[in-house]
Design a protein around this ligand. Structure first.
Ligand code: SF4
Length: 314
C-alpha cells in the first residue's frame, strides 16, 4: 500500500486508518521536534502531490478488508492540506463509508479559503498552535519564509466559526521553547477568540528530529493545562486493548506499528494488547536480525525499522 497505513493504534483516535497524501517529507514547517526527521521539501505550493484517484481506490480496497476502524485520519509524511484534492478525497470517502474522518494538520494554510473549504466536511480537524510569538515560531517550527503568524491565527479563527465539525487544537510543548508561562498565557489569550472543543497538550514522546529536544515533565504539562483553561487536557498514553490481527503474526504486527513511528516496548505492549515480555523478546530478536534500530529518548529505549525514519503525529 502506498497511501494508506494501518490501522494503527492512536493515542487520541482509537484504531485509526492513516491516509498519507503527501510525499515524504513535504511540509510548510520544519519543526525541531518532528519525529519524521528534517523537512526535505519546505513549500507552500498546493497541488496534486500524488494522484487523488489512486488514493481513493486504495482506501476503498483497504476498507473492504478491515473492520473495527474508529477513524480515517489524514496524517503521515508531511502536511496533508498541501494536497489540492483533499476536499474531494474526503467527500469521496464519505460517499462510501460512515467512518468519521479526521485531519491532523499544522494549520498553517488555513488562511487560504480553498483549504478551509476542503476541510469543511471532515468530522474532526486537529490543527496545531504550538506558539503565537513569531520568535518562538521561527525557532520551534522553522516555517517557510512566506508564512506569517498573524495570518495563520486569523485563518484558524475564521475556520473555527465557519466549520461545524469537532475542532481540537494541539499544542506540542518542548522544554526551553514554548513552555514559559508568558508564552502559554499569550496562546490562551489568542485562543479565546477561536471556537474550539478541546485544547490538547502534548509533548515529545517519540524521538524527535533534533535529538537535543526534551519533553516537558508531567508537572510542566499540568501547569500548561492550568494556564490554558477548562478546554485543555493532557493527552494520555494509548491503552485501548484490541487485537486486529491473528495471534501468530506478532512480529508482523510489531513491524507494522513501527513502520509509521518509533515506539517503546511499553507502548507497543499497551497498543497491541501483548504482554511486555513477549514484545521485548520479539524486539530483541528483530534488532539482532538487523530489522530494527534502537534509539534512546528521554531515558526510554525506542525502536524503529533499520531502514526508515517514519512516524506521523497520530
Ligand atoms: S511535526 Fe508536522 S508540521 Fe512539524 S515538520 Fe513534522 S510534519 Fe511538518
Amino acid at each position: 500500500m502506498k497511501y494508506v497505513f494501518g490501522p494503527v493504534p492512536s493515542r487520541r483516535l482509537g484504531y485509526s486508518l492513516g491516509i498519507d497524501v503527501i510525499p515524504f517529507k513535504t511540509c510548510t514547517l520544519d519543526c525541531v521536534y518532528c519525529q519524521l526527521g528534517p523537512t526535505t521539501v519546505r513549500t507552500l505550493e498546493r497541488r496534486q502531490w500524488v494522484p487523488e484517484n489512486d488514493i481513493i481506490e486504495e482506501i476503498k480496497d483497504t476498507l473492504a478488508r478491515h473492520t473495527g476502524i474508529d477513524y480515517l485520519t489524514f496524517s503521515g509524511s508531511g502536511e496533508p492540506t498541501l494536497h489540492a484534492g483533499i476536499g474531494r478525497i474526503i467527500r469521496e470517502i464519505q460517499a462510501i463509508c460512515a467512518i468519521p474522518i479526521a485531519v491532523i494538520t499544522n494549520g498553517t494554510l488555513l488562511f487560504e479559503q480553498e483549504v478551509r473549504e476542503g476541510l469543511m466536511s471532515a468530522d474532526l480537524v486537529i490543527p496545531s498552535v504550538d506558539c503565537v510569538s513569531t520568535k518562538i515560531f521561527q525557532r520551534l517550527n522553522r516555517p517557510h519564509p512566506d508564512l506569517r503568524m498573524e495570518n495563520i491565527l486569523r485563518g484558524l479563527e475564521t475556520f473555527s466559526h465557519d466549520y461545524s465539525g469537532a475542532l481540537w487544537v494541539e499544542i506540542m510543548i518542548a522544554r526551553g521553547f514554548n513552555d514559559t508561562a508568558e508564552e502559554l498565557e499569550c496562546i490562551a489569550k489568542k485562543l479565546e477568540r477561536v471556537r474550539i472543543d478541546k485544547i490538547q497538550i502534548n509533548t515529545v514522546t517519540r524521538p524527535p528530529s533534533d535529538t537535543q529536544i526534551e519533553p516537558a515533565s508531567r508537572e510542566e504539562l499540568e501547569l500548561a493545562r492550568d494556564i490554558l483553561g477548562e478546554r485543555a487536557e493532557i493527552i494520555g498514553d494509548f491503552t485501548k486493548e484490541k487485537i486486529l490481527f491473528e495471534e501468530t503474526d506478532i512480529r508482523q504486527r510489531i513491524l507494522h506499528l513501527l513502520q509509521r513511528h518509533p515506539d517503546s516496548a511499553r507502548r507497543i505492549s499497551a497498543a497491541l494488547g501483548i504482554s511486555m515480555s513477549i514484545v521485548e523478546l520479539h524486539l530483541r530478536r528483530l534488532a539482532d536480525e538487523g530489522k530494527l534500530q534502537r534509539i534512546e529518548h528521554a531515558g526510554e529505549q525506542f525502536y524503529r525499522p533499520a531502514n526508515t525514519v517514519g512516524g506521523g503525529r497520530q
